[in-house]
Design a protein around this ligand. Structure first.
Ligand code: ADP
Length: 566
């Protein structure tokens, strides 16, 4: 078996030597080995390949000099004594006649190296046989009529991510990521190898090729497409201009996601993908006047009285809102999520039911949201917090166009249209910088009650800059400021400003638009609100209870279900 990484790898030639080509799609837990062998800011895919080679004892690998990271990977693997065979194919950046000749010569060199490795002679008839067999293979996809058609473009990604997207009844109509190779080889002249090399080089170009001006034409011309998912890899060099190119040419909704080939960020990734699919589905169904959402298990009461609940299970708090058919709030609750989200969810629901003086069977529909939404057994349906915050905020104030939601673990900026539909959103990555968790840790370090932080910060006199965004480094900055007897109010103001700076980058990503509303627990911190208002040069609407906006949105969506099923 030979590991390979790139769609320009001549896999059929490897097969012609009776060797199985193994496309490397690592999924790792950490980069412990890679971080000692290469710089930590190298492309995360490259680092994950190092981990996979070590963990799975891969001893043969063929690389293509796609980018600097892959060249550094080659240097490292070449020096690893446990790896028997490492080959680097020099891929031209152009595909003109001269480049085709160059590439042909490269492939001939590669064949010679495989002959040495295997002690076998290359058999061109065998190559022809393999190509014909591969040509017959067409991907069979189970496309449903009501599915969404999307294009998946950008950098390589794990098959798991494709599977995750397809789980939501989505048809990936185009996959033009840098590993996807769908060449149907045809041979017209007698030199099969020459033809093979030419077609391999002139396939649908990847981002590092020079002739990429029309790379996205096929996608841009398809008027039936519902959206685009653009995948990038952490620290990848090429995606920046390629993403900017498609974004400037296209009016379709685009979701940009970044992965780092570790298994740790799947929850956030799921939320991003689900929220994107919800928003384009919502747009499509609104346009075709179908039911807004699917409806299951609806238990309608005969006397036209109807009660729904929304439950938002976040990293810090589990919140419930119960409403009636007139969208009036009957009760709400906010409890700590605790170590087990199911227990937090049960507790929050019990409290809200008691306050409303009803029992669970009186609820006609329950929608769960928040990062723990999947573990709420009594919910009829789950909807992402992005859609729910949008619904809740629009209900509270229909003029809101930008929501800033900062919770315990996530911070988000959500753009709404005039009907309250989510137009675009941006989320923080998995680090705690810019979230409530950052403030919780700093409150402990400063020995101050969290609820007092905002008020104290307003007394600041000296504008202190906390330069580290990382929670751990910021904490040591705070410790040294304490050692210098710096006023608590100045330190806290510095911390609030640092949260605001991080948040503004999310707002800028989707574009500033008034009115602003802040939701989530951090909206209770007046220090952060003031710093944000200062940076936005605009006031921010703070709901009476910002922590329950997501749950309110979920309860309203539950009510929509019932109305649409009548
Ligand atoms: P999640 O949705 O992740 O559970 P929340 O929306 O409940 O998060 O927000 C939790 C964060 O809100 C906490 O980390 C804390 O920083 C902040 N917070 C909660 N209550 C208060 C308060 N009374 N004053 C200031 N900040 C608060």
């Amino acid at each position: 078996m030979i590991g390979y990484i790139c769609k320009y790898t001549p896999v059929e030639i490897i097969q012609a030597f009776d060797i199985k080509p193994n496309k490397l799609e690592p999924a790792v837990l950490n980069f412990d080995n890679a971080d000692t062998l290469m710089h930590s800011t190298m492309c995360s895919y490259t680092k994950a390949v190092i981990e996979q080679c070590i963990n799975e004892k891969i001893d043969k690998i063929v690389l293509v000099n796609c980018c600097d990271s892959i060249r550094r990977l080659y240097d490292i693997l070449k020096n690893d004594k446990t790896i028997q065979y490492v080959y680097l194919i020099d891929l031209p950046r152009k595909s003109n006649t001269c480049s085709q000749k160059l590439f042909y010569n490269e492939i001939v060199k590669f064949i010679k190296s495989l002959e040495t490795l295997t002690n076998k002679n290359f058999n061109i008839e065998k190559l022809k046989e393999i190509i014909n067999k591969n040509n017959l293979y067409t991907e069979s996809q189970n496309i449903k009529n009501d599915s969404l058609d999307i294009a998946f473009i950008g950098a390589r990604c794990k098959q798991d991510l494709i599977n995750l997207i397809q789980k939501y009844n989505v048809n990936i109509k185009y996959n033009t990521t840098c590993t996807q190779n769908h060449i149907n080889y045809t041979f017209n002249n007698n030199n099969i190898l020459e033809e093979y090399c030419k077609q391999l080089l002139t396939q649908y170009p990847c981002m590092r090729m020079i002739e990429t001006q029309n790379r996205h034409d096929m996608i841009l011309q398809d008027k039936q497409l519902d959206g685009i998912i653009y995948h990038t890899i952490k620290f990848c060099d090429y995606y920046g201009y390629d993403f900017a190119d498609i974004k400037s040419k296209c009016e379709l909704p685009i979701l940009k996601i970044e992965t780092d080939y570790t298994l740790n960020s799947e929850g956030q990734l799921k939320t991003r993908i689900e929220a994107f699919i919800e928003s384009i589905k919502n747009k499509k169904t609104t346009n075709s006047s179908l039911n807004k959402f699917k409806s299951t298990n609806i238990n309608l009461q005969k006397n036209n009285r109807c009660i729904t609940a929304g439950i938002d299970v976040g990293s810090t708090s589990a919140n419930v809102v119960i409403i009636n058919q007139n969208k009036e709030t009957l009760s709400s609750s906010i409890v700590k999520t605790g170590a087990k989200s199911i227990e937090g969810a049960n507790k929050a629901l019990d409290e809200a039911l008691t306050k409303a003086n009803i029992i669970i069977n009186d609820l006609d529909y329950i929608v769960s949201t928040g990062y723990g939404r999947i573990s709420v057994p009594f919910a009829n349906e789950e909807i992402t917090e992005i859609t729910c915050h949008g619904r809740g905020a629009h209900y509270i104030n229909p003029d809101v166009r930008t929501i800033i939601d900062i919770g315990g673990q996530d911070s988000k900026s959500i753009k709404l249209d005039d009907k309250g539909n989510v137009k675009e959103f941006a989320m923080n990555d998995k680090c705690a910088a810019g979230t409530g968790r950052f403030l919780d840790m700093m409150a402990k370090t400063l020995e101050i009650d969290l609820s007092q932080m905002g008020k104290v910060s307003l007394k600041w006199k000296n504008d202190i800059v906390i330069s580290s965004m990382c929670t751990v480094f910021a904490e040591s900055e705070v410790v040294s400021l304490i050692a210098k007897n710096t006023e608590k109010s100045d330190i806290i103001h510095g911390l609030c400003n640092s949260i605001a700076s991080k948040t503004i980058t999310l707002v800028n990503r989707i574009g500033k638009e008034q009115q602003y509303m802040m939701t989530g627990g951090v909206a209770k911190n007046i220090g952060v609100v003031k710093c944000l208002e200062n940076k936005l040069k605009s006031s921010i609407i703070i709901p009476q209870e910002p922590q329950i906006v997501g749950a309110l949105g979920a309860a309203l969506i539950a009510l929509d279900k019932i109305s649409s099923s009548k």
